[in-house]
Design a protein around this ligand. Structure first.
Ligand SMILES: [Fe+2]
Length: 385
């Protein structure tokens, strides 16, 4: 038996944030970061809540890579206020923090009352970057800052009830963030497309997301006010999220998590740099020979979809991996770990630990090809130069 989950409800397009007017609740908690408050994005929500006579609290202390401590402070707000509606607005971090707050809230209630007595707040997620797809997934990652480890959380009840894709909120993203998050979308879609769990259903979303990134990311990067490109990228981010939430991610994310956890580098930027190396590994490219033809066929399909040279498996794999390198260059994203400015000795000091962490990452099991510790180390070494 197979499963493809279609949730949450999605409201999209210009002024989709007006959905807030239709909320039925009377007490809301808004989870966000200082940046959203400074930009005045919160006002778009609170003005509507004021009109409706809905009371609200704003928890705006979420930092990048939210910590467990921050989540527990947010939980305290929820316990005191008892909101019927939880609204998360921001990039991946506020949405992840809200999911984690929901996680700890339900876990706490489970200890105190019968499961059918637990009432979950109506959860609305409003992404303001086009990258994580967090608005349609039931995962979150929080950080234990003392131990310097990432804690992945996954429960169905962390999935938002509603996702609002209002592309007007992405207009202020600077070009580098547009590129990094856009390449993260591409990585999500490509990993979902070749994943062991991929299906016809997930392929549809992954293919459309990949096509959209190739067609519109450059436009959004060159001109942040190109709202057609912004809208397409915002939708593609969500589609890639639907694809990978139902299929899975793979070792590209495992490698990026460990690299970004060791050196302070943006997540999407790590993914983009690693992607050509992972494609070659997954296709089993040895010299000019393809040793994993089934996986290579999927990359060939993508190359064909994009109108890139794809007459043979080799041509398909090479054109897609080289195409990504060209995109990276255009977006000023390094094509090697060295280009990030990481010293070789420093890199060598950490490579074994990174390879170990990557091999234990939750994304590794979804990869179409089994990767050993030695494989992870080899990919890192190749990616260094
Ligand atoms: Fe990602």
């Amino acid at each position: 038996m197979n499963k493809f989950r279609l949730k949450p409800e999605i409201y999209y397009g210009s002024n989709a944030i007006e959905y807030i007017r239709t909320l039925k609740g009377k007490k809301a908690c808004i989870v966000t970061d200082k940046f959203m408050v400074d930009l005045g994005f919160i006002d778009k929500i609170t003005n509507i809540l004021d009109d409706k006579g809905v009371t609200y609290r704003i928890f705006s202390d979420v930092e990048a890579d939210p910590s467990r401590e921050t989540v527990l402070v947010g939980l305290q707000h929820i316990i005191e206020q008892k909101p019927d509606t939880l609204i998360a607005i921001g990039g991946g971090s506020p949405i992840d923090a809200a999911k984690a707050i929901m996680y700890f809230c339900i876990k706490t209630k489970e200890k105190l009352v019968e499961p059918d007595m637990i009432k979950k707040p109506w959860f609305v997620a409003i992404p303001t970057t086009s990258g994580t797809g967090s608005e349609v997934t039931s995962y979150a990652v929080i950080t234990d800052k003392k131990e310097n480890i990432k804690i992945p959380l996954a429960e169905d009840y962390m999935l938002p009830d509603v996702a609002i894709l209002d592309y007007e909120l992405t207009r202020t993203m600077p070009p580098s963030v547009t590129a990094d998050t856009g390449m993260d979308v591409l990585t999500h879609a490509m990993e979902a497309y070749v994943s062991k769990e991929a299906s016809y259903f997930t392929d549809i979303y992954a293919e459309r997301a990949i096509e959209t990134v190739f067609r519109y990311l450059n436009r959004a990067y060159e001109d942040g006010n190109d709202m057609e490109a912004r809208a397409k990228m915002h939708d593609a981010s969500c589609m890639a999220g639907i694809a990978f939430c139902n299929a899975s991610l793979g070792i590209n994310h495992s490698l990026a998590h460990a690299l970004g956890g060791t050196f302070p580098l943006p997540h999407g930027r790590c993914n983009a740099m690693l992607l050509p190396y992972v494609i070659r590994f997954n296709a089993g490219l040895k010299g000019r020979e393809i040793t994993n033809p089934e996986v290579a066929k999927k990359y060939q399909n993508i190359a064909r979809l994009l109108g890139l040279p794809s007459d043979s498996l080799l041509e398909g794999v090479l054109s897609i991996s080289e195409g990504i390198k060209i995109m990276n260059k255009r977006f000023n994203i390094p094509n090697s770990i060295k280009e990030f400015g990481i010293d070789k000795d420093e890199f060598m000091k950490h490579v074994d630990d990174m390879a170990k962490a990557a091999s234990q990452d939750m994304c590794t099991s979804g990869n179409p090809v089994k990767a050993t510790f030695e494989d992870f180390k080899k990919i890192y070494m190749e990616a260094y130069e």
